[in-house]
Design a protein around this ligand. Structure first.
Ligand code: AR6
Length: 169
């Protein structure tokens, strides 16, 4: 059984086996969670991301997929980088957002991670409406078989926290 927990705060301050980064395909950093993780985690994470670009992901990490690096100076063993979809009004990209959560859990299982902290992927720069993102995140974690014991959603503000809390009732 996977327990879902909620925390309001900064994901870079979490101690968990793995923390998830809301990255972009380049894997070379950006703003939001991505910027915060690279700033606090130090250069080791970016070096590993560069190596992944040079080896497996020459064209970038596709949307909906996930890949792990070590976590540099963060209080976690691994960072799992995933690329959420940009929200679109003309096209339903929910399946790609669900895929981010499934793929992160698959990578976590490969690593042997038992606690995984997720941000609200796609709800910042990628503009996904928070309530819908919360529904997809919670439904996907609940329906994905995994050995992960705790999935912790780390929500930056109260509105995000409330949106996720509403899904757990
Ligand atoms: N801890 C927890 N949540 C955070 C933090 C933090 N330190 N910082 C922001 N959030 P975003 P996306 C929340 O934009 O929408 C980057 O430039 C934020 O309030 O980080 O998937 C990447 O390089 C929002 O609710 O990710 C990509 O180019 C949520 O985390 C692009 O942004 C996600 O916001 C990815 O966009």
């Amino acid at each position: 059984m996977t327990t879902i927990t909620l925390v309001q705060g900064d994901i870079t301050r979490q101690s968990a086996d793995a923390i998830v980064n809301a990255a972009n395909s380049s894997l070379l950093g950006g703003g939001g969670v991505d910027g915060a993780i690279h700033r606090r985690g130090g250069p080791a994470i970016l070096e590993e991301c560069r190596a992944l670009r040079a080896s497996r992901y020459g064209k970038g990490l596709p949307t909906g997929q996930a890949v792990a690096t070590t976590a540099g100076e963060l209080e976690a063993r691994w960072v799992i980088h995933t690329v959420g979809p940009v929200h679109s009004r003309s096209e339903d990209r929910s399946e790609l957002l669900a895929s981010c959560f499934r793929e992160c859990l698959r990578v976590a299982d490969e690593l042997g991670a038992r606690t995984v902290a997720f941000p609200a992927v796609s709800t910042g720069v990628y503009r996904w409406p928070m309530q819908d993102a919360a529904r997809i995140a919670v439904e996907t974690v609940r329906s994905t078989p995994t050995d992960v014991e705790e999935v912790r959603f780390v929500l930056f503000d109260e509105q995000a926290y409330e949106a996720f809390a509403a899904q757990l009732h």
